[in-house]
Design a protein around this ligand. Structure first.
Ligand SMILES: Cc1cc2nc3c(=O)[nH]c(=O)nc-3n(C[C@H](O)[C@H](O)[C@H](O)COP(=O)(O)OP(=O)(O)OC[C@H]3O[C@@H](n4cnc5c(N)ncnc54)[C@H](O)[C@@H]3O)c2cc1C
Length: 463
């Protein structure tokens, strides 16, 4: 039994764990990855013996502080770090919480971590909208390309187009170019006017933006703003993409199509928060994010949330929220009222960064008419091989009015990823709002594990 189980060893989870441990809390961090760092500070596997991992990172000093803290400096109790623990459920009972995790790459054995309190710091995942050819080998997500580079020290190809919308495309395009990939273009659906419209809230982001602009120039990466990829070409793998200009309403401007040869397309349309574990615990959601108060507490006693599960906002915001959560948890577990003055500077940063995150979110919406380009034979749900035509038929001819009914009629979202990849696309094609999907488990769980769980619960009389 530990005091606090932190799920997620990204910036939010690490900042919270260190803040809590420095105040005498016994912490176990649980993460599915083999190394700490999360997405932003993703580290190369130790077997790769990278000599200069910092070459692929920003804000390395901050990472060094987190890494050294995790190794033990500054805490009364060492933080226990459980790698390759894939959390599939968190249960609450009268004595606290049980975090259930599948072990290692096989994910066939489940272990339980008991704790008095839980911090959900599980981050977010990428939204990718389909277009003809998007399932060809050579098409990867923007974050996936970044993860290959940072975690595997490999590049996905020789000539790349980076496309979609959102600030993540900038580090991906410049990162690939710096690693020697010829980046033929950065194809961004938003235009300069979209950014100017939200200029006031983005003033603090100007130096970062200018830095990326300089790097794009240095690597001669062409920026095609207000453009989109309308088709990926190739027989058994990607050979090129057709891109086209968008009008101010997000429609493709006829006659503007052009072909760009490439062997890699890194594509992404923003990010969505992971909320599965919060939902299982019964935490209130605010739209698609976990709702938290000023201390980062959810409305379920003993459960805190920080970082991108509470809203997409970048690593600096995740750090600030984690720091606040860690201090709040330390005070509350001692039974005392925390003093917000103790985290005033983190709270100030949180307010500022949430404002710029909201402005970025508004400036980089997915192109409004993206579904116009999706032909009926385009696969939408890859796990269950459901096409856009089948989704449209479910809506237009069978009367489905929501994502759940589309799922029941077509099987879209019933496969391995449980709708994480296709959910936004199905909602868009069906003309429905994207709502959080209720999933009983955050990961696929072997039936044997569930059966053993049931047997143990029956023995304890809690089934
Ligand atoms: C693929 C990807 C690449 C990105 N690359 C960049 C980039 O290059 N530059 C940039 O500025 N921003 C990038 N971002 C955004 C960036 O991740 C965030 O701003 C920042 O890392 C958020 O921190 P966090 O602590 O909230 O979550 P994360 O850093 O995402 O950390 C969450 C952690 O939780 C773990 N986790 C999640 N679910 C479970 C579970 N069920 N069981 C066990 N562990 C779990 C994950 O393994 C991860 O280590 C990327 C995001 C993604 C999804």
């Amino acid at each position: 039994m530990t005091d606090l189980a932190v799920i997620g060893a990204g910036p939010a989870g690490l900042a919270a764990a260190l803040a809590a441990a420095a105040r005498g809390v016994r912490v176990a961090i649980v993460d599915s990855a083999t190394e700490a760092g999360g997405q932003f500070y993703r580290q190369p596997a130790s077997g790769l013996r990278s000599r200069r991992p910092q070459a692929l990172h920003h804000q390395w000093r901050t990472w060094e502080r987190l890494r050294d803290g995790l190794a033990g400096s500054g805490a009364r109790f060492a933080v226990q770090f459980l790698t390759e623990h894939h959390v599939w459920s968190v249960e609450r009972d009268s004595d606290g919480f049980t975090v259930h995790a599948l072990l290692g790459p096989e994910q066939r054995e489940s272990v339980a971590v008991r704790a008095d309190a839980v911090l959900l710091a599980t981050g977010g995942y990428e939204r990718v909208l389909p277009f003809p050819g998007w399932t060809l080998p050579g098409v990867v997500t923007a974050g996936g390309a970044q993860a290959m580079l940072k975690g595997g020290l490999v590049v996905p190809g020789r000539t790349a187009v980076v496309a979609g919308t959102g600030p993540l495309l900038l580090p991906v395009a410049t990162g690939l170019a710096a690693a020697g990939v010829e980046v033929a273009a950065l194809v961004e659906a938003a235009g300069p006017k979209d950014l100017v419209r939200h200029g006031r809230a983005l003033v603090g982001k100007l130096p970062e933006g200018a830095g990326y602009a300089a790097r794009l120039l240095r690597h001669r990466v062409r920026l095609l703003s207000r453009h989109t990829v309308v088709r990926a070409h190739g027989d058994d793998r990607l050979t090129g993409v057709t891109v086209a200009a968008l009008d101010t309403r997000g429609r493709v401007r006829p006659g503007t199509e052009r072909y760009l040869p490439c062997d890699t397309l890194a594509v992404g349309h923003g990010m969505l928060p992971h909320t599965d574990l919060a939902e299982t615990l019964g935490c209130r959601l605010d739209g698609l994010t976990v709702a938290v108060d000023d201390e980062q507490r959810t409305d379920v006693p003993g459960v805190w949330a920080a970082g991108e599960s509470t809203g997409i906002g970048g690593a600096a915001l995740a750090l600030a929220e984690g720091h606040i959560a860690g201090r709040s948890i330390a005070a509350r577990l001692r039974g005392s009222e925390p003093d917000p003055a103790q985290w005033a500077s983190a709270a100030k940063a949180r307010t500022r960064l949430r404002k710029s995150a909201a402005a970025l979110d508004a400036a980089y919406p997915p192109p409004a008419h993206w579904s116009d380009q999706v032909t009926d034979d385009t696969l939408v749900c890859r796990c269950e091989e459901v096409t856009a035509g089948a989704v449209r038929e479910a809506v237009d001819e069978l009367g489905a009015g929501d994502v759940r009914t589309v799922k029941l009629l077509t099987r879209a979202g019933m496969g391995w990823c449980q709708g994480r990849v296709c959910g936004p696309a199905v909602a868009g094609l069906a003309g429905c709002e994207l709502t959080p999907s209720r999933r009983p488990f955050a990961r696929p769980v072997p039936l044997g594990v569930l059966a053993r769980q049931h047997d143990m619960a029956t023995e304890k009389g809690t089934s």
